[in-house]
Design a protein around this ligand. Structure first.
Ligand SMILES: Nc1ncnc2c1ncn2[C@@H]1O[C@H](COP(=O)(O)OP(=O)(O)OP(=O)(O)O)[C@@H](O)[C@H]1O
Length: 310
């Protein structure tokens, strides 16, 4: 990974024994982690396990009722919430969405839309966007103010599998280009970004933590999610031999653009076979090293030696 880290620099945010209590019960308790510049931390856990609550405590939207949270002075946060309170009956363009929560210069809007691949949608109505385009618009809004820390609460919700891959790629390239820290929230336990430095598994408290590999083998993770979850945990490992452009065409490493992928392109579909996704052209075969479709090597299953159906 690129080295954005200066060992002498303090983390962007540090949670120390943080707990949030509402309605007479602890929503989360004893949470400890930090996020430094250039670092990607992923919170996983079942519904209601306190992921959003933890993220809100990290950025100061919620004040912890015990422990403390320290943020770098002047920290700029870009936040993509899980839900947006938008009145979908009112017309709202992507451009306008960008400035709903504060003013931005035209150039800043253009840059953000360009870097998220949706410059051509600036005047499109938000309600007509696809799931992937909408998530890109939210990302554009979050990065437009050049945050030090990007907090993305379920950034791939409502997005199909190839859209997920493209979004994870985009998130990675934002980190690489800006060096911001990223806090990702996911309830999809089976797939985490390969670039995740630390996975924190929550269930009202920190069950286990570490690299994706370490978490997938941890007894606490197995107890919480069962051994099947460990068998299906996979990491996106996307080598950039091609990029899916927003208009559906494919940009190859040699600069050529085609309507479709080449047979030996590195694809990244696979983990979702376990989830019943069927949006992949090659869902009719099981990969092996000789099948020649070039897909298998891109997903690294953790702790699972089985051949994966994709
Ligand atoms: N303001 C609040 N008052 C009382 N309970 C709350 C409040 N906010 C959240 N909760 C509860 O706290 C628990 C944790 O919620 P949180 O949204 O952090 O979970 P999550 O892990 O992000 O869940 P999901 O994956 O479903 O988004 C849930 O049981 C939720 O109902």
């Amino acid at each position: 990974m690129l080295n954005f880290r200066d060992p002498d620099q303090k983390p962007l945010v540090l949670l120390n024994n943080a707990g949030v209590r509402r309605g007479g019960r602890w929503l989360v308790r004893g949470v400890e982690f930090s996020i430094s510049r250039g670092e990607i931390v992923t919170l996983i856990g079942p519904n209601g396990s306190g992921k959003s609550t933890t993220a809100k405590a990290a950025i100061g939207v919620l004040k912890p009722d015990e422990g403390w949270v320290e943020r770098k002075p002047g920290l700029r946060v870009g936040y993509v919430p899980q839900k947006l309170a938008i009145d979908w009956t009112l017309p709202l363009t992507v451009e306008r969405l960008m400035t709903l929560t504060g003013p931005l210069k035209g150039r800043e809007i253009e840059e953000a839309l360009h870097s998220t691949g949706i410059a051509h949608l600036a005047r499109a109505e938000v309600q007509h966007l696809s799931g992937g385009e909408f998530q890109r618009a939210l990302l554009a809004r979050a990065i437009a103010r050049k945050p030090d820390l990007l907090v993305l609460d379920e950034p791939v919700q409502g997005v199909d599998f190839s859209g997920e891959i493209a979004l994870y790629d985009l998130i990675k390239s934002i980190r690489n280009q800006t060096g911001c820290g990223i806090l990702l929230i996911s309830h999809d336990l089976h797939v985490v970004m390969a670039e995740t430095d630390t996975v924190i598994c929550l269930n009202g408290h920190v069950c286990c933590r570490g690299t994706p590999q370490v978490v997938s083998q941890s007894p606490e993770y197995l107890k919480l999610f069962g051994s099947r979850a460990a068998k299906t945990l996979a990491v996106y490992s996307h080598d950039h031999d091609h990029t899916h452009l927003p208009d559906g065409r494919v940009l190859h490493a040699d600069g050529s653009i085609t309507e479709h992928c080449h047979p030996d392109d590195g694809h990244h579909h696979g983990a979702h076979a376990e989830h019943g996704h069927a949006d992949h052209d090659h869902a009719d075969h099981v990969h092996d090293p000789d099948c020649g479709c070039g897909h298998q090597s891109r997903l690294q299953g953790l702790g699972n030696k089985e051949t994966r159906r994709v």
